[in-house]
Design a protein around this ligand. Sequence first.
Ligand code: AMP
Length: 377
Amino acid sequence: MIPELPSFERWGDLAGKRVLVRVDFNTPVHEVNGKTEVADDFRIRATLPLLEYLKSRGAAVTCMTHFGRPNGTGDERFNVEPLRRCLNGLCPGIELMENLRFNPGEEANDPAFGASLTEGFDYYINEAFGASHREHASIMIPPTLIPSAAGPNLQKEVLTILTALESPKRPFVAIVGGAKIKDKLAITKVLAQKADQVIVGGGMAYTFEVADGRTIGDSLFDESNLQNCRSLLDSQKVLIPTDSLGLKSGQPFGDGGPDAAQGFDENIPDGFMGLDIGPETIEAFVAVILSAGTILWNGPMGVFEDDRFAKGTTAVAKAVAASSGFSVIGGGDSVAAIQKLGLAGEVDFVSTGGGASLELVEQGDLPGLKALRNSKG
Ligand code: AMP
């Protein structure tokens, strides 16, 4: 059962009404002729259907967003002027408030700050999926004060992820990777219950390999999660790498380096570290991905920023794109990898919210969604 979110269509005509929209315009910027400009307007463009709809209904619209980490100070490097210029170019007549995080009340979820945001507004819409896992004032407080609704992108994002999870076309194959095993184990556990197979790659896989009785040299290892990895392996659903690519310990990596990648089979000897999945693993993972009915992917298979260790992530990205299964990608790095390869268009759904999509899979809900469901009016 996927809980419904309140919709803004129920408000009908909005002539003379003021609508406050929480967006996520936290977007990369760069310097152009000494001026800071938006480098990638994807997140701003994504809100245009909602903003145009509200305008066409006669509403006066104000957006609000966080931008960078000014930590509750008015750090001018993070003023929203470049975002405002970009928004005005794409959709004139929409206001944008100053950076929410200039006020410490935002991250402290201060009710008084939250109330000050809604002053003079008739309605609130949350169109910031990527911020909805945070109990911040702009997400949590407006729904307690004025009639509130979920924006179309937020609705779609939640529905797509929860449908893939709750009523997947089988076989359902989940892929998890990345470095921070402590952040990814909770999601791996949930996926091991819901999916038919969970592929584990990236730095987090080496703790599983130790749990499986193998040696990993100086690869990433988190002893505190060894037992958790053992239990997950016992579920018989987890597929881990059987070979790796890597380097001598202490050699530079991440941004290229002088040494060529070295191959290791099951065991990595002392004095070496694993930084990508090997060719045998790629073949096994790709075969499973190509036979999937539903795919959920979060996290790279290796240090993909370094071309020497991007083969695993590239092969997985290509297989996800080629698979006829319904594919959902979440998490900044897997999204970056699929975009770098120009394959984002081949995937059924690319989630914009890294932390939020992880938490939605883990918990089945988010604080910001609960707030909307409990909203006033
Ligand atoms: P995460 O933030 O946990 O999703 O991890 C993403 C990061 O994991 C990327 O920057 C990768 O470079 C890194 N990563 C992936 N595989 C490995 C590995 N075998 N060793 C070290 N770092 C890795």
